[in-house]
Ligand binder design. Structure first.
Ligand SMILES: NC(=O)c1ccc[n+]([C@@H]2O[C@H](COP(=O)([O-])OP(=O)(O)OC[C@H]3O[C@@H](n4cnc5c(N)ncnc54)[C@H](O)[C@@H]3O)[C@@H](O)[C@H]2O)c1
Length: 240
């Protein structure tokens, strides 16, 4: 049975770009009945995604801003409370691989940016959201790690370090807020069939993961069907 989110409010970050993961997750949660607060640093793209979702009959509030500082996260949670009366689900999609190359060449500011975009974003959103989830008697957070944390690849040291921090944050928050009914899990995707990856790796032999399969895993972890699952890092990579 497909997870059901009617009557639930979900905050999804990183919902800017067409054909990428955030758009797919927002569509999936909206189609399953959730009201949405969507967030992205790219304000014009976010507005386009909000219009598309609204045209599809989904209730949406869009909050534009940079999630590497706490203010945007606070505004997003406030939008959920003011617009929809509370918050039940958070999906921290915002992040990404910024630097590909040898760890020995990475500059300090590049490391700081990679860490900020991947871990500060999820940290600040969780910090702002958890009190709102506790007010509802519990809720679910789904973070985005990467399968590269579990099965490392070369040339991605700063990204893997940042995503390992996301996995650590996931487990730490799961433990800290277990008794308040807040479940915190992460997906660890493989190489997704996104518009970007298709353009960049068109000639490579790739074991693609379909966006629908990742969305199904996110919806499961966010849903009551996963009520006994917390602190887990779920690979969605079609690989062992
Ligand atoms: N694409 C893949 O194959 C893959 C594999 C494993 C994990 N992931 C993870 O999945 C997530 C989404 O990946 P994607 O390929 O769709 O990435 P993407 O770059 O297309 O999307 C990320 C979105 O987050 C937004 N964003 C980035 N920094 C932000 C900030 N500071 N504040 C607010 N918004 C910000 C961007 O504007 C963008 O719209 C990322 O966390 C990525 O690391 C992706």
């Amino acid at each position: 049975m497909a997870p059901e989110f009617r009557g639930k409010v979900a905050l999804v970050t990183g919902v800017g770009r067409v054909g990428q993961i955030g758009q797919a997750v927002a569509r999936g949660l909206g189609a399953a009945g959730a009201k949405l607060v969507i967030v992205d640093v790219n304000a014009p793209a976010l507005q386009d995604r909000a219009q598309e979702l609204t045209a599809g009959g989904i209730a949406v509030r869009a909050v534009a801003g940079d999630l590497t500082t706490p203010d945007t996260a606070r505004r997003a949670v406030a939008a959920a409370k003011e617009g929809f009366g509370g918050l039940d689900v958070v999906v921290n999609v915002a992040g990404g691989l910024l630097h590909y190359g040898s760890a020995l060449d990475l500059q300090p500011e590049q490391l700081e940016r990679e860490l900020a975009v991947n871990i500060k974003t999820a940290f600040f959103v969780s910090q702002a959201a958890i009190p709102a989830l506790l007010e509802r008697g519990g809720g679910a957070i789904v973070n985005f790690a990467s399968v590269a944390v579990l099965k490392p690849q070369s040339q991605m040291a700063s990204y893997i370090a940042a995503k390992a921090a996301v996995a650590g944050l996931t487990r730490a928050l799961a433990r800290e807020f277990r008794d308040g009914g807040v479940r915190v899990n992460a997906v660890a995707p493989g190489t997704m069939r996104t518009a970007d990856n298709l353009a960049q790796m068109k000639d490579a032999k790739v074991r693609w993961v379909e966006l629908d399969d990742l969305v199904a895993a996110v919806l499961y972890l966010a849903s009551d069907a996963a009520r006994a699952v917390t602190g887990e890092i779920l690979p969605v990579a079609g690989d062992v």
